[in-house]
Design a binder for this molecule. Structure first.
Ligand SMILES: NC(=O)c1ccc[n+]([C@@H]2O[C@H](COP(=O)([O-])OP(=O)(O)OC[C@H]3O[C@@H](n4cnc5c(N)ncnc54)[C@H](OP(=O)(O)O)[C@@H]3O)[C@@H](O)[C@H]2O)c1
Length: 298
């Protein structure tokens, strides 16, 4: 029977990312520290944050408060869009806030090099391929163990991987994945390039519309599990790591109650056959003219 909470996925660098992590986006001040501490005490060993979330200091405080040694914890954080021309500075800021010497996984948050002086504009002379060239320089400094990308579609990855400056294949592509945005082609593409996929908004995010779905409700009822646990298993059984966010101790615990059961092939198929579509992060906030999402999978 499947053991998900201690499971890891081996990245193209040989490092092992824990399959289940705690998300921290939209966790309010004074909530994140307790959430991180509760998660680590419960057994989580993977925390996902970002410079853009403005909560790295509290995440660092939560890690300290948990008493779990730093080397047992996987920390993912992300370079913010207006920092693309200042990669070492962005990393230094995250390290300082998180109160750590290194990041396990450093992601480019979006393929969008935003001008910090005008957040509605893209740099005319710089894009994500340039940013990746700079991020590659971090590997070997000891400050970053793995580098990866987020919100990259197939077209972004194709351009990046085919550029002569690309020497390192991203270890991870972190993208939105749930039954109403399953992106099977992107998942397959990532796999074909040796890129691990992490599923964000894996529960459908705040006020998730997923819970109303009858198939999901029926599967959860039949298995004696919560809809959230079923959604997390669906992600895990597709070979993605999952990073559910919660600031409630009960829900943090429940979201980690994933061992000793599995979804059947038929249940997986049902959950992969939803026809309704929605995206939590559609990139609407990105500068004009930046099309990050070109369709379901590209
Ligand atoms: N790379 C990116 O661009 C990107 C974008 C979005 C998200 N992310 C990452 O992915 C993480 C997860 O995505 P997300 O935060 O959008 O959404 P999510 O994890 O899909 O859902 C979080 C929401 O579900 C609620 N929830 C959690 N567990 C629950 C349970 N067992 N029962 C009922 N409700 C529950 C949470 O409320 P409570 O907190 O009140 O429990 C919160 O409102 C983020 O936190 C972030 O770390 C990355």
């Amino acid at each position: 029977m499947s053991q998900q909470t201690t499971r890891t996925f081996t990245l193209n660098t040989g490092d092992k990312i824990p399959a289940v992590g705690l998300g921290t986006w939209q966790s309010k001040p004074n909530e994140v520290k307790h959430a991180v501490e509760a998660a680590l005490r419960r057994g989580y060993r993977h925390i996902d944050t970002a410079l853009a979330y403005g909560n790295e200091r509290e995440v660092g405080d939560g890690i300290k408060a948990s008493g779990v040694p730093r080397e047992e914890i996987w920390i993912t954080t992300k370079l913010d869009n207006p920092w693309h021309k200042r990669v070492p500075e962005g990393l230094a800021s995250s390290l300082e806030s998180l109160q750590t010497d290194y990041i396990d996984l450093y992601l480019m948050h979006w393929p969008s090099s935003t001008d910090p002086d005008d957040l509605k504009k893209h740099y005319p002379d710089w894009d994500y391929v340039d940013t990746w060239r700079e991020m590659q320089k971090l590997v070997g400094t000891g400050k970053v163990r793995n580098i990866g990308v987020s919100n990259f579609g197939i077209t972004h990855l194709e351009r990046l991987l085919n550029d002569p400056s690309c020497k390192i294949v991203p270890a991870v592509n972190q993208v939105e994945l749930h039954p109403c945005n399953p992106s099977p082609k992107l998942l397959e593409y990532n796999k074909s390039k040796g890129i691990h996929t992490t599923a964000y908004s894996c529960l459908g995010s705040t006020d998730s519309p997923l819970y109303k779905n009858d198939s999901l409700q029926n599967i959860a009822k039949a298995k004696g599990k919560t809809p959230q646990q079923v959604l997390l298993h669906w992600g895990l059984q597709r070979g993605t790591s999952v990073i559910p966010k919660s600031v409630s101790k009960e829900r943090i615990d429940a979201n980690f109650d994933l061992d000793g059961w599995e979804l059947t092939d038929e249940e997986m198929k049902q959950l992969s056959s939803f026809t309704e579509r929605f995206k939590v992060c559609d990139g609407a906030f990105l500068p004009d003219g930046v099309k990050v999402f070109l369709g379901d999978d590209e």
